[in-house]
Design a protein around this ligand. Structure first.
Ligand SMILES: C[S@@+](CC[C@H](N)C(=O)[O-])C[C@H]1O[C@@H](n2cnc3c(N)ncnc32)[C@H](O)[C@@H]1O
Length: 236
């Protein structure tokens, strides 16, 4: 993704901010927060956790680990997150996944929840995730399901193309839509269309040096979670 495209995307994200969760809820038939809670439960209380692309904090608020870093490029989106989290445990960092402002080997788990497909340089951000993880640490990439060609892929494509646009119109008041010079959801859908199947995430993780890379569907198969481990260095 070019820098220009990424900045356009960030503008779109900030525009949909107030309606973000309402639309998510509608287009996932109420599943989005169940998925987030299930994934957040994988972080242990003693873990140091990094979430990349924390936005308005909809996933961050479910993390109960002793130390959580929420990395987000948009201060406007982060502002909305502050009220929902425990300031004793959660620190907000401004920045991008392509240049994580943390030391190498400093976190136990990294989560990208509905954010990885927005990163402008996915290869570089995957490398950064690997760098900041401790040996034995784990990375998780959760996104809308994008299965390989077949009936499920077709169904999801129809949902995204034909059902999501009218549903966003139901969720966003007409007055707000009139203020928009162009529909920001069209921009957000472009990122879904642009990313390949989740297989691409798996391959990228493996190429970056992650091991035990697997993908599983979350409930109702509307989202997937791809995970991989930073291997322990051999001491022999
Ligand atoms: C769709 S929101 C997801 C928010 C939240 N994680 C959730 O579960 O709803 C995607 C977030 O990724 C952020 N983002 C986009 N590009 C990024 C990048 N290069 N590095 C880090 N975060 C990025 C956006 O600003 C936005 O807040």
């Amino acid at each position: 993704m070019s820098t220009r495209e990424w900045h356009d995307l960030m503008d779109a994200m900030e525009e949909v901010g107030p309606y973000y969760e309402r639309v998510n809820w509608l287009i996932t038939f109420g599943m989005v927060d169940r998925w987030r809670k299930k994934v957040a439960a994988l972080a242990k209380s003693e873990d140091t956790v990094l979430e990349i692309g924390s936005g308005p904090g909809n996933f961050t608020k479910h993390l109960s680990s002793k130390s959580v870093f929420a990395l987000e490029p948009s201060p406007e989106l982060s502002r909305a997150a502050v009220k929902d989290v425990d300031p004793e445990r959660v620190s907000f960092l401004r920045g991008v996944g392509e240049e994580i402002p943390l030391m190498a080997g400093s976190v136990d788990k990294v989560f990208c929840v509905f954010s990885f497909r927005d990163f402008f340089d996915k290869e570089r951000s995957m490398g950064e995730m690997h760098r900041v993880l401790k040996e034995g640490g784990e990375a998780f990439v959760v996104d809308m399901a994008k299965p390989p060609p077949g009936p499920l892929a077709k169904m999801l494509e129809v949902h995204v193309r034909r059902m999501v646009p009218p549903l966003t119109r139901v969720a966003v008041p007409a007055a707000a839509r009139e203020r928009w010079a162009r529909d920001p959801y069209a921009k957000l859908l472009e990122t879904y269309e642009a990313f390949g199947s989740t297989r691409i995430y798996e391959d990228l993780m493996k190429r970056t040096g992650f091991s035990e890379v697997t993908t599983e569907y979350l409930e109702l198969k509307g989202a997937t979670m791809t995970r991989g481990k930073k291997p322990w260095k051999s001491t022999s």
